[in-house]
Design a protein around this ligand. Structure first.
Ligand code: SF4
Length: 265
């Protein structure tokens, strides 16, 4: 193991940053076919769902690839993101970059102001560390409720979930019901992390600068940290929790009632 790689986690003279493209991008067998299948899936979804289709982007590496595919193939698919109010500046910086690179405006959905004020007043700003219930309450206010508004009136949504991301996601299909009457399309389900970065490098896709700081999976600032070598890519998210609890609820099947009441997380 090289010194550079062995010090990823920051124990001994860890580098502050390293190029994510240099670390991860690899051309592997079957990449072109996987890319072609994803493009076909997006084209078919656009034809089938029309205005009912939306990309729900976390602005992470996978979602930037999907946005690039949408723009490159001139697909009439709206792009949206959730601004939870706790995102890193580096994440928010992608919004003008997307507009500049592709001429596409990202629809931004934020939590209800009064609900956030109430959450912070009654629970504290960083209550997510205190218990799973409080973390889920924060996710319900800051993510699930705005997600519901994002998906209102839509018949299908596109995500960047991949099977390789974690053991919880090993069975992610290309298309699945979301539990609320819509279809969830996981356009990169079969892509590897090397594929994602090979695409980003090949097409010069804008990406979050935090990926160069050993953060492969980026969420809200208080709930994301850099990972060490050998750690699961999702281990930098909610690292203080049990592995099986590590989903914010965005990708669990929910009924509209659960989403409405905020009990879905
Ligand atoms: S990821 Fe963290 S900060 Fe973001 S909504 Fe969930 S608990 Fe709150």
């Amino acid at each position: 193991m090289s010194r550079e790689v062995s010090s990823l986690g920051g124990v001994d003279a860890a580098p502050a940053s390293a190029s994510a493209i240099g670390l991860y991008a690899r051309a592997t067998a079957g990449f072109e076919e996987r890319q072609a299948r994803s493009v076909e899936l997006l084209k078919q979804a656009a034809a089938e769902h029309g205005q009912g289709l939306i990309q729900s982007s976390s602005l992470g590496a996978e979602d930037m690839v999907i946005t690039d595919l949408i723009a490159r193939h001139q697909l009439p698919i709206a792009i949206a993101t959730l601004d939870t109010g706790r995102l890193h500046a580096e994440t928010l910086a992608l919004l003008p970059q997307i507009e500049q690179a592709y001429g596409l405006k990202v629809l931004v959905f934020s939590p209800v102001h009064d609900a956030v004020i109430n959450l912070v007043r009654t629970r504290g700003a960083d209550a997510m560390y205190e218990s799973l219930a409080l973390r889920k309450e924060c996710c319900a206010v800051r993510k699930l409720e705005p997600l519901k508004r994002m998906l209102d009136g839509r018949t299908a949504w596109i995500t960047g979930l991949r099977r390789e991301q974690s053991s919880n996601r090993a069975d992610v299909p290309f298309a699945e019901p979301d539990g609320a009457g819509r279809i969830k399309l996981n356009a990169l389900a079969e892509w590897s992390w090397a594929d994602v970065w090979h695409y980003i490098a090949t097409y010069k896709v804008p990406f979050n600068a935090l990926h160069d700081q050993f953060m492969p999976s980026i969420g809200c600032a208080p709930c994301t940290r850099a990972i060490s070598v050998g750690e699961d890519f999702r281990s930098g998210r909610w690292w203080w929790e049990d592995e099986n609890a590590k989903e914010c609820g965005l990708h669990k099947a929910h009924s509209n009632e659960e989403l409405k009441s905020g009990t879905a997380a």
